[in-house]
Ligand binder design. Structure first.
Ligand SMILES: Cc1cc2nc3c(=O)[nH]c(=O)nc-3n(C[C@H](O)[C@H](O)[C@H](O)COP(=O)(O)OP(=O)(O)OC[C@H]3O[C@@H](n4cnc5c(N)ncnc54)[C@H](O)[C@@H]3O)c2cc1C
Length: 389
């Protein structure tokens, strides 16, 4: 018998959620991370939107992902209460802004679908916009929809709170430990090889973010391409506090996300296709950490935002104070990977976050724990299978 039922590689949002949900099902867990603490890579850079995104933000996400998003909202609400930690958790709601007739027309059927799932969507009138979003010049938009249930947090603080809870519940987390392979015995995994020794475990979960693919390369080709995504924060700005709803400029030509952060704004967004070269990464050999990643994307966002200053005049003052960037991993269908590794019993991957691992992390962790412990999952397993491509 080994000391651990499960060894989880990675103490980012996916690894910590996997560990927490495995504990829920009675497992003794060990989390290993090569960094000095939890949430030091892509999770650190996250904007921290935890939202009912299905169909409104991403048409690829349907009811299954909606159930995951709903669970994410419930999970972090409980985490905030049970830890009492300040991780900038606020039920601020999210407003989606449309500046073109085309964007507004295109979103109408999605509003109906999302509402049918249960998203409390309200199409704002001028009067309601004035109450909820006084910072926005409503007349410059074609339409705004508001979802009051979605929330935001600072993942760089929330996931350490989650990691601490894993430890309080008897789990072990070892930092400064790099995993460089797996111990295999007769077609099944018996532990992981670290730079120091072999750590035994009944099963192993690879949740190493953009670094999962090279780690698993000798055994399987993990789907998903890592891409540099940067965002920036501003100095505190007048009239900005935690009550400001998260904002999503959602037209295809203007795609920005904005939320309050320490009295200023946290801002990011999408580049137009094709992606600029400064966002490309070699998926098989990503850079060692995230600290040296180019931040050009954030500087481009600053310039793009000038085109919507008339909508949100605050943006005239939204200069860059600090930037950060991470390496989310995208699949073609924008769905996650939560599955066993074919041909290696006891080895699993929780990967391909599609820039939404904070929102979907709790449900992905629960899904994988169900698969490992119960052998059956409440969400359809094939939807997140490794071999679906
Ligand atoms: C700018 C930006 C904004 C975002 N905004 C949002 C948002 O608003 N909402 C949302 O839901 N998502 C958002 N995301 C996405 C979210 O940040 C990611 O989905 C999530 O952080 C991925 O977590 P992870 O655990 O897979 O990876 P990571 O956080 O990168 O964690 C992987 C961990 O594995 C460790 N590791 C790697 N290799 C090894 C090894 N060999 N041995 C031991 N340890 C190893 C690393 O040290 C690291 O701690 C955003 C991302 C970015 C970059």
């Amino acid at each position: 018998m080994t000391d651990f039922d499960a060894v989880v590689i990675g103490a980012g949002v996916l690894g910590c959620n996997a560990a927490w949900h495995l504990q829920e099902r009675g497992c003794r867990v060990l989390v290993l991370d090569e960094a000095r603490g939890p949430a030091t890579r892509t999770t650190r850079a996250a904007a921290g939107f935890v939202c009912l995104f299905s169909t409104i933000h991403r048409q690829e996400w349907g009811q299954t992902e909606w159930l995951m998003q709903d669970y994410g909202i419930e999970f972090y609400s409980r985490l905030s209460q049970s830890t009492g930690k300040d991780f900038a958790f606020h039920r601020s709601g999210i407003a989606y802004l449309y500046l073109t007739e085309q964007g507004w027309t295109d979103i109408q059927p999605c509003i109906a679908t999302a509402s049918a799932y249960g998203t409390p969507l309200e199409v704002l009138t001028s009067h309601r916009a004035q109450t909820i979003l006084p910072q926005v010049a409503f007349d410059t938009t074609v339409g705004i929809i508001f979802d009051s249930r979605s929330l935001r947090l600072r993942a760089a603080d929330a996931i350490p709170a989650l990691a601490a809870q894993v430890e309080q519940r008897g789990g072990e987390i070892r930092y400064d430990v790099k995993v460089d392979g797996f111990a295999l015995e007769g077609g099944r995994v018996s532990g992981v090889r670290t730079t120091e020794d072999v750590v035994a475990g009944e099963c192993v979960v690879v949740a190493a973010g953009a670094w999962s693919r090279p780690l698993l390369a000798p055994l399987v080709c993990l789907p998903g391409e890592p891409t540099i995504v940067a965002r920036y924060t501003t100095r505190p700005l007048p009239g900005v506090d935690e009550h400001l709803p998260m904002l999503m400029f959602s037209d295809s030509v203007h795609r920005f996300f904005i939320r309050e952060e320490r009295g200023g704004l946290l801002i990011g967004g999408a580049d137009l296709q094709p992606l600029p070269a400064d966002r490309a990464i070699n998926a098989t050999a990503p850079p060692h950490g995230i600290d040296g990643l180019p931040q050009d994307h954030a500087y481009r966002m600053r310039e793009h935002l000038r085109k919507v200053e008339h909508v949100l005049p605050l943006l005239r003052q939204a200069d860059i104070e600090q930037t950060d960037a991470g390496l989310p991993v995208y699949t073609e269908d924008r769905r996650f990977v939560a599955d066993s590794i074919p041909g290696v019993e006891g080895l699993y991957a929780l990967a391909a976050c599609n820039e939404a691992g904070v929102t979907h992390g709790p449900a992905l962790g629960r899904h994988l724990a169900e698969l490992i412990v119960d052998g059956d999952t409440r969400l359809p397993r094939s939807r997140y299978a490794i071999d679906r491509f």
